[in-house]
Design a protein around this ligand. Structure first.
Ligand code: NDP
Length: 300
């Protein structure tokens, strides 16, 4: 079997188009422009790239983009004051504090200072609790993107068995909650899981969110299963020349594609969905704040 390649780039472009259409309607019919504020503390190069990309795509879909770049030695009090200011600003519907924060800042304290209604990353403890109890919440972007890809491929996920490899608060746990919400039978695997191969082999859906290059080989995959590869790992690529590198996922794409029914590539799979879902969450937050209908298909 050769798996269907689930193209996250194409799907993310469709999500952005849908967001852009909704933004245009909000502007035309209600004179509201959704606004997203991104806060970056310090100069982590990867974070700078993400923040630039988020700002660019926010503007492209017609939303207001505000960036706050703070020095690495910004105090917790200064950061909390900025968040309080953004919480009170009616033109801002989404607030994202780029993680990781410098070590002297308490991430939990900072994230929980964001108004949960504006917490477009879905990391606030209130949103975690709402998701866990099956209530309307802001859903973390990467798992939401994975869910959209799976729903698009399968239609209904009801009754399917799913294994999520990884139990982080930002990917693994919310992913498992979302799959449970769609009536999958869910197993969460992690570094202490015994016989991981046998666990994975049972699954109709495998979501790998570990951060270990190509750790899942094709012979772990049940024939016909869907493989969603969240991992982003940089490895050496001598075939491209001395000192060159390339990105790979947590799954060995070539062998998994021989067994799976469908699989996301890395890059070009889950990655592009993350920012698209951030935009989707911002428009959803804006609609909720104004008591308007939410766009269909852009939330869990
Ligand atoms: P974390 O490091 O927070 O979590 C990794 C998880 O993998 C942990 O739960 C850990 O288990 C588990 N794990 C580690 N080793 C093994 C193993 N040998 N077998 C089974 N499980 C194992 O990572 P994140 O969740 O933040 O990210 C995971 C990957 O996804 C990374 O590559 C990251 O770059 C990528 N990512 C991609 C995004 C995108 O937009 N595409 C967004 C976010 C992340 P334990 O808890 O026991 O330690």
């Amino acid at each position: 079997m050769t798996a269907t390649r689930i193209d996250g780039k194409v799907f993310a472009a469709q999500v952005r188009e849908q967001v852009a259409r909704h933004v245009a309607t909000l502007k035309d019919q209600h004179a509201i422009t959704p606004g997203l504020a991104v806060v970056l503390v310090g100069e982590d190069p990867a974070s700078q790239v993400y923040v630039r990309s988020k700002g660019k795509q926010t503007v492209e879909v017609g939303m207001k983009s505000v960036e706050h770049r703070l020095d690495a030695d910004t105090s917790e009090a200064e950061l909390l004051a900025l968040i309080a200011h953004l919480n009170a600003d009616d033109s801002i519907h989404g607030i994202l504090v780029q993680l990781p924060l410098p070590g002297h800042l308490n991430e939990d304290l900072v994230i929980n200072a964001i108004d949960p209604a504006k917490d477009v990353d879905g990391f606030h403890i209130s949103n975690v609790g709402l998701l866990g109890t099956g209530q309307k919440s802001m859903v973390p972007c990467t798992p939401l993107g994975c869910l959209m890809l799976l729903r698009d491929h399968h239609g209904s996920l009801s009754g399917l068995s799913a294994v999520v490899i990884g139990r982080s608060n930002i990917v693994g746990k919310p992913m498992a909650q979302l799959l449970l919400g769609d009536s999958c039978t869910v197993t969460i695997a992690h570094s202490r899981t015994r016989d991981l191969r046998d666990v994975v082999r049972q699954a109709d859906i495998v979501v790998a969110a570990v951060g270990r290059a190509q750790m899942v080989p094709g012979d772990w995959i049940k024939p016909g299963a869907s493989v969603i590869d969240v991992g982003i790992n940089r490895i050496e690529a001598p075939e491209k020349g001395a000192g060159k590198t390339r990105l790979v996922g947590d799954c060995d794409y070539d062998s998994c594609a021989q067994t799976a029914g469908a699989i996301t590539p890395v890059p070009g799979g889950v990655g592009p969905m993350t920012i698209a879902c951030l935009l989707a969450n911002t428009v959803t937050a804006c609609c909720r704040a104004n008591g308007l209908d939410e766009p269909k298909g852009l939330t869990a």
